[in-house]
Design a protein around this ligand. Structure first.
Ligand SMILES: N[C@@H](CCC(=O)N[C@@H](CS)C(=O)NCC(=O)O)C(=O)O
Length: 212
């Protein structure tokens, strides 16, 4: 398999974690976001959405990190990243989508650039925006984690799920932008436990070959 990735892309970070959890070998093709490699014709020919990541599996190319991870989960069963029961799957997807749809897109590079450029926001204004949307999303997720974590080491039950795969990169982003996480002790404790797992540690942005 081949992953089109960028070391600091948190959506690519999710997919790296899933590939590592399932022990799937993959090549990385780095697309440097700040140079707009993701907008170049050779990449948009593969992934017309022009976003990182995309996964190529024997000529089949798919974008969107959650679609990629569910594809991997269906094609490589072990370990499963979704619970066996419908209600469990619904809760895990609700947590994962809360991050992937309700936090991450609001703080994406193109959104921050639009705030800085056409909307004329200074660095302080952009930082306020960033922190606001992390806080909004994490308040609900903290409560969901308190209700559904089985062991204080996973967002749901006692095994790694899609929700955990989304949490760690979002915590990375929050720290990168100096968000105060004191109000989210359950999320940070779960994040610390997950980050210690080899599959998560090997997916960290700083240890990727294209990290500068
Ligand atoms: N919903 C997409 C989001 C993908 C995404 O936004 N990727 C970012 C990097 S984390 C990107 O390509 N940003 C480019 C930009 O904002 O111009 C997914 O989960 O894959």
């Amino acid at each position: 398999m081949r992953l089109y990735t960028f070391w600091r892309s948190s959506a690519a970070y999710r997919v790296r974690i899933a590939l590592n959890l399932k022990a799937i070998a993959f090549d990385s093709v780095s697309k440097f976001l700040l140079r707009a490699d993701h907008r170049a014709p050779d990449y948009t020919a593969l992934n017309p959405q022009g976003l990182i990541p995309a996964l190529e599996d024997q000529g089949f190319v798919i974008g969107q990190s959650l679609a990629i991870i569910e594809y991997l989960d269906e094609t490589h069963r072990e370990p499963p990243l979704l619970p066996a029961d419908a209600r469990g799957r619904a809760v895990v997807r609700a947590m994962a989508l809360g991050i992937a749809c309700d936090i991450h897109p609001l703080n994406n590079l193109r959104v921050l650039n639009y705030l800085k450029g056409p909307l004329g926001q200074d660095a302080a204004g952009v930082e306020r925006w960033y922190h606001h949307w992390i806080r909004e999303g994490f308040v609900g997720l903290e409560e969901l984690a308190r209700r559904h974590s089985g062991d204080g080491r996973h967002l749901y039950g006692g095994a790694v799920t899609l929700a955990d795969v989304c949490l760690v990169p979002q915590l990375y982003n929050a720290r990168r932008f100096r968000c105060d996480l004191a109000a989210f002790p359950t999320l940070t404790a779960i994040g610390a436990a997950l980050e210690a797992l080899p599959a998560f540690a090997a997916a960290r942005p700083e240890v990727q070959p294209d990290a500068d």
